[in-house]
Design a protein around this ligand. Sequence first.
Ligand code: NAD
Ligand code: TYD
Length: 351
Amino acid sequence: MIKRILITGGAGFIGSHVVRLFVTKYPEYQIINLDALTYAGNLENLKDVEKFNNYFFERVNILDADAIANVFDKHSITDVIHLAAESHVDRSILSPLDFVYTNIIGTVNLLNVAKTKWANNLSNHTFYHVSTDEVYGALGDTGFFTETTSYQPNSPYSASKASSDHFVRAYAETYHLQTKISNCSNNYGPNHFPEKLIPLFINNIIAKKPLPVYGDGKYTRDWLFVKDHSVAIDTVFHKGAINETYNIGGFNEWKNIDLVKLLCKLMDEKLGRQTGESEQLITYVKDRPGHDRRYAIDATKINTELGWKPSVTFEEGLSLTIDWYLQNTEWLQHVTSGSYQNYYNEMYANR
Ligand code: NAD
Ligand code: TYD
């Protein structure tokens, strides 16, 4: 059976890399990118993919169950890789209900449509849910999150993602939907919206604006290059066992302040600035409420069972990322000015 895969959130940061990988690597598949184009959705991320005839775009909000069902019918969807979400912790603190709607209700809408449309042959179809390590809560100075760590989400974002994970599990148990879940650590790379730490700080360093480090700066995150996450998603989708969970990470922990100093150093070199110039932009600001102290993924299961490992070191990935932002000033300018949101109208008005 030819795969016709619905990838939700494909205009976002990670989704756009996953769409590109699948469209180019699997010309025999049809890839349907379903995205509402919220502030985080940017079709300019996929300019190079639009010309492929196995790529389709559907502007649909996952809160609209009828519209999802129409897309399933129109494209005879065989599988789902679900990435659409509200994804920024700070926004979730300001507006938790947006996260309840998209991340929980939107996911349940997708599950319901998949269950109904695939009812006659459930075993031929997979619903793959892309989630985060933040569902596990916060670690102290030692230890790692494994697939059996209990869920203890601390932010409205992670609580909504945890809830969506539980619904996916429940649909596997109750309705025998074939599911997969992966929980990944923090991603970085090209096309990252400049509200998250790394792209925001790259943008601010270019503009010589303050770098707002929350609290004491000793919060720790485990960073993975977005293209390595995309390959991991491909691996789990094709080789992962049904109804299993896989943690994805690169054993790459950094305290925020150390990461920011490395970023400043690399950018000073690339911008031809004096050593130490960008570090002077570091400004300690009020902490994020409920700020998780440390995340660290134990990726042994995906390493050993599926043979996936990251392809780049952090220094390589960060250098590639900075180069991308320095070479794609138009993308950055469109995103910071908001004009990227016109792209859909310009591109799709006559389609
Ligand atoms: P993102 O915010 O960059 O993109 C989200 C995409 O979803 C956007 O294109 C947006 O338009 C779309 N979207 C949002 N609400 C929608 C709705 N109601 N209907 C349809 N589309 C909607 O997010 P990202 O960083 O690319 O994350 C993608 C997924 O990966 C999310 O599920 C996130 O929880 C998960 N994840 C992210 C990270 C990370 O570090 N960014 C790490 C682990 C897991
Ligand atoms: P972020 O990129 O928002 O990802 P997450 O909160 O999902 O891990 O933040 C990464 C870390 O950087 C987190 O500890 C919060 C911190 N941070 C700052 O110190 N300053 C900032 O301006 C931002 C956006 C984040």
